[in-house]
Design a binder for this molecule. Structure first.
Ligand code: S3P
Length: 171
């Protein structure tokens, strides 16, 4: 069975929803950020601070390559992973891309008190959320199905994804 790959902006709930989805489907779950932290022994913030964004993006790419032969997994991706078209192509080969989204205001409220997202640590968080979301719109539109996680509970969102997957014979 194809992997189920969750893409989308920071704070849209990819990790929480991915984990729940994997539990329901009894599939292995993988979160690219967590895998990078495990492999490098550093937090995402530390990688950005000490090694820089380019190094982080190459760690992400490495994770995508490691996933190339895998199937039957649920994968949550970091919000910027789909900025690299090669990553998208590789994930799509054996996976279905589902985008999680939410209004920028909802995202802002979810992320404003957290300090684990280096790209939101400089300047105004609100401005960064609005700007990055707009800049990345096309990248997220590459998914074949999009769910707004600002409307409804976590289980309702998971159910919407399940319905889509079932209707399209992915599960
Ligand atoms: C990033 C999103 C983060 C993490 C890193 C960069 C981005 O993941 O990969 O801070 O570029 O959008 P989440 O989407 O899980 O917050």
């Amino acid at each position: 069975m194809r992997n189920i790959v969750l893409i989308g902006f920071m704070g849209t709930g990819k990790t929480a929803i991915g984990r729940r989805l994997a539990g329901k489907l009894r599939r292995e779950f993988m979160d690219t950020d967590a895998a990078i932290e495990e492999l490098t022994g550093k937090s995402i913030s530390e990688i950005f601070r000490r090694d820089g964004a380019i190094r982080f993006r190459s760690e992400e790419k490495l994770q995508v390559q490691r996933l190339a032969d895998k199937s039957n997994m649920v994968i949550s991706t970091g919000g910027g992973l789909v900025l690299d078209q090669e990553n998208v192509t590789a994930l799509r080969k054996n996976g279905v891309l589902i985008c999680l989204t939410a209004d920028p205001e909802v995202i802002y409220n979810r992320v404003k008190n957290k300090n684990n997202r280096p790209l939101l640590q400089k300047g105004s968080i609100k401005e960064s959320v609005y700007r990055l979301m707009q800049e990345r719109e096309e990248n997220y539109n590459t998914a074949e199905f999009t769910v707004d996680t600002g409307k409804g509970s976590l289980s309702e969102t998971v159910d919407k994804i399940m319905v889509y997957l079932r209707e399209n014979n992915y599960i």
